[in-house]
Design a protein around this ligand. Structure first.
Ligand SMILES: Cc1ncc(C[n+]2csc(CCOP(=O)(O)OP(=O)(O)O)c2C)c(N)n1
Length: 312
């Protein structure tokens, strides 16, 4: 899990640096700082289980096993990308590993994941669907319709809310009545729910195992809320200390609580890995990311003759 978090971080930081060259033309939502939720959940899912995401989807795609090179190529708009360069950063997909789709329409994939879970129930299979979304997505009507439907049908779907405190630049406490907590709201639909520290990959993993077992054993849906924090701007590669909607002290306090730093310290203290091993991982991952970038840059753009392929 630590290595996977490092892989996501290094991939995103490398892409954020390269974004300034303006060769990637897709709007890009980085999840630097939020890696523990993606890894804790996806490491507890089986290959046959499926996952869905929204606009901030790189970490979920990679953690579910989506291949790195086609993701990078997609960001460069190339034919070798996951959607042949037509989808960009917010439409990643790798069905072969169960990462079915991501969509920038807030809340949309909650319903689609629930549809997958319904199909699993009809087929009598024991597969589980998981769906990642932010705290902003719970303000869409589809959130309520979907939770209600999933609960009534007792579907094997795990809803994963990454509460990073903001919907674009608007904090949760001015969007919701005082005292509202997201995970408790799921209880309105008689749904099992839990809150945990989203910067502690082990806490996420424990919550994920409980929720996935619950759903797989036919007890119905499960709602998880994790507290976490986005370090960079809402969309784009930059730091946004000057944007005025949050203080530098707030951002810095969350950087101190880096999920990778915390997991590394814990594993070193427990003697289950060494600093040399972590450094070797870092170098190997950086090489993998650099190779994916070189391949993406060298790959062709989709050809004009195929421009309308996949258009209906
Ligand atoms: C239906 C819909 N309404 C509005 C938007 C514009 N929009 C894109 S991202 C975003 C904020 C989402 O916040 P959250 O769900 O908390 O996710 P985060 O960006 O924090 O990861 C909004 C309002 C959208 N994409 N879709």
């Amino acid at each position: 899990m630590l290595r996977e978090m490092m892989r996501i971080r290094i991939a995103e930081e490398t892409l954020a640096d390269l974004y300034k060259e303006q060769e990637m033309r897709t709007p890009t939502h980085f999840s630097i700082g939020q890696e523990a939720v993606a890894v804790g959940i996806c490491s507890a899912l089986g290959l046959d289980d499926v996952a869905y995401s929204g606009h901030r989807c790189h970490a979920h795609y990679l953690a579910k096993g989506g291949p790195l090179a086609p993701m990078v190529a997609e960001l460069y708009g190339k034919q070798t990308g996951t959607a042949h360069g037509r989808g960009g950063s917010v439409h990643l997909s790798a069905p072969e590993v169960g990462f079915i789709a991501s969509s920038a329409i807030l809340g949309q994939t909650m319903a689609v994941a629930t549809g997958s879970a319904w199909a699993f129930t009809m087929d009598g299979s024991r597969r589980v669907a998981a769906c990642f979304f932010g705290d902003g997505a719970i303000e869409e009507g589809i959130f309520h319709e979907t939770l209600n439907f999933a609960s009534i049908k007792r579907l094997p779907v795990v809803f994963v809310c990454e509460n990073n405190g903001y919907s674009t630049h608007t904090p949760l406490d001015v969007r919701q009545p005082k005292g509202v907590t997201i995970w408790e709201r799921a209880r309105c639909y008689q749904m099992a729910s839990k809150f945990a520290d989203g910067n502690d990959v082990f806490a996420v993993r424990h919550a994920a195992e409980e929720a996935i077992d619950w759903a797989r054993s036919g007890r119905g849906p499960y709602f998880l809320e994790f507290s976490t924090y986005r370090w960079r701007e809402h969309v784009g590669p930059n730091w946004d200390y000057e944007a005025g909607y949050r203080t530098k002290a707030e951002v810095d306090a969350w950087i101190e609580r880096c999920p990778i730093k915390a997991a590394t310290a814990r594993m070193l203290a427990a003697g289950v890995c060494t600093e040399a091993q972590v450094e070797r991982w870092r170098l190997d991952i950086q090489r993998e990311v650099d190779e994916a970038v070189v391949a993406a840059k060298a790959a062709p753009f989709p050809s004009v003759e195929h421009l309308l392929d996949g258009t209906y």
